[in-house]
Design a protein around this ligand. Sequence first.
Ligand code: CO8
Length: 257
Amino acid sequence: MNKSCIRTSVEDDIGIIQLFRPHVANALNRSMVLEVVEQMEAFDQDKNVRVIVLKGNEKAFAAGADIEEMLHETALSFELQDPFRDWDRLLRIKKPIIAAVEGFALGGGFELALHCDLIIASEQAQFGFPEIKLGVLPGAGGTQLLTRAMGTRKALEWIWLGEFMSVKEAHTFGIVNRIVAPELVVEETIKLAKKIAKQAPIAVRLIKEAVIAAEDLSLQDGMKLERKNFYLAFDSADQKEGMRAFLEKRTPSFKGG
Ligand code: CO8
C-alpha cells in the first residue's frame, strides 16, 4: 500500500514498512513519522503480521529529521505540536521490530533505528548524530539510547563531534546485531524476521516486554515481571502445543493464541 511518505506490504507473516522520501535521503518530516507510527500500530493489531520490518533504501535508512521543515520551529511551536508524542507511541508496539539499515542512519534516522528491537545493517551503513553541526542536539532519544548502548564517555564523544560511526563500531557497541553485504540487507532481515515469526507469538511478545523492561527496573522488579510473564505464557495454547510437540517428537505449530 502507498501512503505519501511510506510504502507497506505483508509477506508471509512479516509486515514491511519502507521509508519513502528518496529525493531527500528519507529525511523524516512530521507526516512520515506519523505514517510510520500508524502503520506500526496497524501491524501490531494485524493477525497476519508477526514481525515488523522497517527499511529505507540503498542510500539511506533515513538522514535525520527534515531540516527544511525544522528551520523555523521555535520552542513554543514544538511545545504546541508535541512531535514526540508520535515517537512515544513507537515504544508501545508489542511485536518485534527489525530495522534493515543500508546507507545513512543519521540524527532522527539513527533514533528511529534505535527504537527498533534489532538492527541488521549493510557493511556500508553509517550511523551518527550530526545535530551538533546544526547547532542543536538529538531530540528523539539519541542522548539516552546511545548512552545506554555505549556508556557516558563514548556517547559524549560521538554526540559532541557529530562524526559518522562505521557499522563495525556500531556492531562493537551492540547497536547493530548483524553486518551483511549491501545487496543482502533486506533479504537477511526478512530471513531473520521469518525465523522469529515461526516462534510462539505470545512468548515472543512477553519476552520483548520483559527484556526491554530490564533496562529500567531493579533486578527484583524485573524478576517479578519475568515471573508474571512466565505464568502468562501458560495460559496460551501455544505453550500446550510446544510442550506436547516436544514430547511427541514433532515440530510445533504455533498459532499465536
Ligand atoms: N533534511 C532535509 N533534506 C535532507 C536531509 C535532511 N536531514 N538530508 C539530506 N537531505 C537532502 C539534501 O538537501 C539533498 O537535497 P537536494 O538534492 O534538493 O539538494 C538530498 O537530500 C540528497 O542529499 P545530499 O545531496 O546531501 O547527498 P550526499 O550523498 O552528498 O549526503 C548526507 C548525504 C550525508 C545524508 C547529507 O545529506 C547530510 O549530511 N544530511 C543531513 C544529515 C543531518 O544533519 N541529520 C540530522 C538532522 S537533525 C535531526 O535529525 C534531529 C532529530 C530530532 C528528532 C525529530 C524531531 C521532529
